[in-house]
Ligand binder design. Structure first.
Ligand SMILES: Cc1cc2nc3c(=O)[nH]c(=O)nc-3n(C[C@H](O)[C@H](O)[C@H](O)COP(=O)(O)OP(=O)(O)OC[C@H]3O[C@@H](n4cnc5c(N)ncnc54)[C@H](O)[C@@H]3O)c2cc1C
Length: 496
C-alpha cells in the first residue's frame, strides 16, 4: 500500500532552499511531493562560501561525485581558518579541523606540550599535520580522514548545482513572488498565494526566504532571541576580486580595529568581506578600508545588515525555518550552511509523514537550539579572550560579561587546561583549545597525568610527533597541484 504523500512546500531558492530541495528529494522521494517557489525578482544573499567538514558527509548523503561537484562550484579545499591579528600584535594562529598531536584519554595532547615549557604559542603548530599543511599550502584527500577538510565554493554556482540536482529528482520549481501566507483557524499554514494568482497548498512548509523570514516570522510571529549584546557586529560588506595568488587551503579571518575581514580563495577568484559593528564604524569607512586591502573588484560590493540571534522555535506549527530565516551567527567560523545541513539531517531522522507530532517538533527545536547556543558561545569566545584593548570596540568586547557556561569554560581552561565537548556540539575540545590558546589564554597548569612520563620520555615523545607531522606534510602535493589534478575548473582563471 502506498501511503499518502506529504506535500512539502519550500519557500525560497537560495542556498537554503535548494539544499533543502536536494536533500529531501533524495531521501523522501517515496513519501513526499516537493515544490520550491522562488522569485527571480528577489535576489539571494549571494554569500556563504566557506564551510566546515559536515559538508563532505552531507554531499556523500546526496550521492555526489566529489570531483564533479568541486569542478562545478569553482571549489577549493579548506583544512581550517587562519586568525590573524586577533591579539593586535600581527601574529596569527590556525584553527584546524584535525586533532593536533596524539590522543590521550585523560587529557588533551597540548598538556604534554605545555609540560615542555614552550617559548611561544606558535610552537604548538609543528605538532599539527593540518596546520603544517596549511602553512605550506599543501593538501590531498587521504584515506581514513588523514586530513579533515571542508570546501570553499561559489555560492551562486552551489545553488545552481543543487537546483539541477533537485529538478532532475522531481522537485517542482515555480518562479513567482509569494504575496501572502494563508493560515487555518489553528494558525498552521495552508497555502502560499502567488503574484500570478495561484495558491500552492501544502502539509509542511520550509521557510527559506532568508532574512525576510516570510513564513516563520511574517505569518507565524514565532519570535527571535537577540544575541547582539555579545556579538556586536551587525553589518557585512562582501566583494569578489580577481585571484592573484595560488589558492590557500584555508579561510583567512583578519581582525581589524572594529570587527574583521575574510578572504575565501576559490579557483578563479577571491571572496572578500568586512564584518563590523555599525555602532563603532560607518559603512563608508568599512567599505574604503576593505577596498584598500584587496585586489581589483570584479563586482560591486554588497551590503548585508543582520541581527545576531535565533528564531525562538526553528519548527513552529507546520513550518520549519532553514538557513537565514532560522537565525544568524556571523560567519567567523563558517557555520550557517552547517546548521542548515544538520537541520535537514535532523528533519529526515524525525520525519513521520504529514501527521506531525508535537514530540518530533520539540525534539527538533531542543536539539537545534542547543547546538546553535553552543556555537554562539564559541564565537563569543573569539571576541572575549583576545586581550586586545586598543580600540573602543575591542575594549567593549574584552570587558563584557559573557554567558555563564562560556565563562565557566574560560575559567576552567585558564586554571587547568581542561576543556570538554558537550552533547550536540559541533566544535571539539581541541577546537576550543586552539582558539583559547591562539587568542592568548594559556592554562596556568597542565594535567599531572603527563608526569607519568620522565623528562627524557617527554622530549622523545614530542620530537616523534613533530617529525611524523613534518614527514607527513613533506609527502603532500601543493593544494594548487592537487586541484589541477583532481577537479580543475573547466575554464582558465579570469585574466589568464
Ligand atoms: C555576510 C555573510 C557571510 C556569510 N558567510 C558564510 C560562510 O562563509 N559560510 C556559511 O556557512 N554561511 C555563510 N553565510 C550564511 C549563508 O550565506 C546562508 O546561510 C545561505 O546563503 C542561506 O541563505 P538563504 O538561502 O537562507 O537566504 P537567501 O540567499 O537570502 O535566499 C532567499 C530566497 O528567498 C526568496 N524569496 C524571498 N522573498 C520571496 C518572496 N516574497 N517570494 C518568492 N521568493 C522569495 C529569494 O528569491 C531567495 O531565493 C553568510 C551570510 C552572510 C550575511
Amino acid at each position: 500500500m502506498n501511503p499518502k504523500k506529504t506535500r512539502i512546500v519550500i519557500a525560497g531558492g537560495g542556498t537554503a532552499g535548494w539544499t533543502s530541495a536536494a536533500f529531501l528529494a533524495k531521501h523522501l522521494s517515496k513519501s513526499a511531493d516537493i515544490t520550491l517557489i522562488e522569485s527571480s525578482d528577489v535576489p539571494t544573499v549571494g554569500v556563504g562560501e566557506s564551510t566546515i567538514p559536515l559538508i563532505v558527509t552531507f554531499n556523500d548523503l546526496l550521492g555526489l561525485d566529489e570531483a564533479e561537484f568541486m569542478q562545478s562550484v569553482d571549489g577549493t579545499f579548506k583544512v581550517g581558518i587562519e586568525f590573524e591579528n586577533w591579539k593586535g600584535d600581527g601574529s596569527s594562529y590556525i584553527h584546524s579541523f584535525s586533532r593536533p598531536g596524539r590522543e590521550f584519554w585523560p587529557c588533551n595532547f597540548f598538556h604534554y606540550w605545555l609540560a615542555s615549557k614552550p617559548n611561544c604559542v606558535s610552537d604548538y603548530e609543528k605538532y599539527s599535520t593540518a596546520t603544517m599543511a596549511a602553512r605550506q599550502n599543501k593538501f590531498a584527500i587521504l584515506p581514513n580522514r588523514g586530513l579533515v577538510y571542508a570546501y570553499h565554493f561559489d555560492a551562486a554556482k552551489y545553488a545552481q548545482f543543487l537546483q539541477t540536482y533537485s529538478v532532475k529528482r522531481g522537485v517542482t520549481h515555480i518562479d513567482d513572488f509569494i504575496e501572502s501566507v494563508n493560515l487555518d483557524e489553528d494558525g498552521s499554514i495552508t497555502s502560499l498565494s502567488l503574484r500570478s494568482g495561484q495558491a500552492i497548498e501544502g502539509d509542511l512548509f520550509i521557510d527559506c526566504t532568508g532574512f525576510r523570514a516570510l513564513l516563520i516570522e511574517g505569518a507565524l510571529k514565532t519570535g527571535y532571541e537577540d544575541w547582539s549584546q555579545w556579538l556586536l557586529c551587525d553589518s557585512a560588506i562582501a566583494v569578489q576580486t580577481r585571484s592573484t595568488e595560488s589558492p590557500k587551503p584555508y579561510t583567512r579571518a583578519i581582525a581589524h580595529d572594529v570587527g574583521w575581514r575574510w578572504r575565501i580563495p576559490l579557483q578563479t577568484r577571491m571572496g572578500n568581506g568586512r564584518v563590523y559593528s555599525s555602532e563603532y564604524l560607518s559603512h563608508e569607512a568599512a567599505e574604503s578600508e576593505l577596498l584598500s586591502h584587496i585586489e581589483e573588484p570584479i563586482r560591486e560590493p554588497r551590503v548585508n545588515r543582520f541581527t545576531t540571534g535565533m528564531r525562538k522555535k526553528q519548527w513552529h506549527k507546520n513550518c520549519i525555518a532553514m538557513g537565514l530565516s532560522s537565525g544568524f551567527l556571523e560567519p567567523l567560523e563558517s557555520t550557517s550552511i552547517y546548521f542548515l545541513q544538520r537541520n535537514l539531517i535532523r528533519l529526515v531522522q524525525l520525519f513521520e509523514g504529514d501527521d506531525i507530532s508535537f514530540t518530533a517538533r520539540d525534539e527538533f527545536n531542543q536539539q537545534s537550539g542547543k547546538e546553535m547556543v553552543a556555537v554562539r558561545d564559541f564565537i563569543i569566545l573569539h571576541y572575549k579572550v583576545t586581550g586586545r584593548k586598543d580600540t573602543p570596540f575591542w575594549r567593549h568586547c574584552t570587558n563584557m560579561s559573557v554567558p555563564d557556561e562560556l565563562q565557566h569554560r574560560i575559567d576552567m581552561f585558564k586554571a587547568s587546561g581542561r576543556v570538554f565537548k558537550k552533547e550536540y556540539e559541533v566544535f571539539n575540545d581541541f577546537s576550543w583549545a586552539q582558539i583559547m590558546m591562539g587568542q592568548g589564554l594559556m592554562p596556568d597548569s597542565y594535567h599531572p597525568f603527563v608526569n607519568e612520563m620522565s623528562a627524557q620520555e617527554l622530549r622523545e615523545f614530542l620530537s616523534t610527533i613533530e617529525n611524523s607531522a613534518s614527514r607527513f606534510v613533506e609527502g603532500l602535493p601543493s593544494h594548487e597541484d592537487f586541484i589541477k589534478r583532481f577537479c580543475p575548473h573547466p575554464s582558465p582563471p579570469d585574466g589568464c
